[in-house]
Design a protein around this ligand. Structure first.
Ligand SMILES: *[C@@H]1O[C@H](CO)[C@@H](O)[C@H](O)[C@H]1NC(C)=O
Length: 143
């Protein structure tokens, strides 16, 4: 084998490994945006005034029309993490699991920013980003 073909074979192996990891490795979810919304959280489009349907850790969100899915999104769990924001250092780097309990277009309390993929409760937003941000870029994946 010449030096060149050894190098080519080495690169090919790494390329294949890289491709396989990306094709069959852990799913990386979708990229979207998130705003936050404040109390009052009830009544919700999913559960009315049933406070028992809100997760006890208060990690929940309202869904935009894009993921609302004709109410089918109610109760869905998502893993969510902040990717970036206009202000550097906004993201905490933490990944949280949250539950969809409301619809952004009809929530009693309005999202801090219009048109985001989801509006997070204050607790959920604070866990993944600096609470002074109104809009952040997120990675989200249904559990
Ligand atoms: C959050 O953002 C505000 C405004 O940009 C900044 O003053 C504050 O120091 C930040 N807090 C943290 C914990 O980074």
């Amino acid at each position: 084998m010449t030096t060149m073909s050894k190098l080519q074979s080495f690169l090919l192996r790494w390329f294949l490994l890289f491709s396989l990891t990306h094709l069959f490795g852990p799913s990386r979810g979708d990229v979207g945006t998130a705003s936050q919304y404040s109390p009052p959280y009830l009544p919700t489009a999913c559960y009315g005034s049933n406070v028992g349907k809100l997760p006890t850790d208060n990690f929940f969100a309202s869904a935009s029309e894009g993921i609302w899915n004709n109410e089918a999104s109610c109760g869905r769990q998502y893993l969510v993490r902040c990717l970036s924001a206009i202000t550097p250092g906004t993201c905490t780097g933490r990944t949280i699991q949250l539950k969809i309990v409301d619809r952004s277009s009809t929530s009693v309390s309005r999202p801090s920013y219009e048109g985001t993929t989801m509006a997070l409760s204050e607790s959920a937003f604070a866990a993944i980003a600096n609470i002074s941000a109104t809009e952040i870029n997120i990675e989200f994946q249904q559990v």
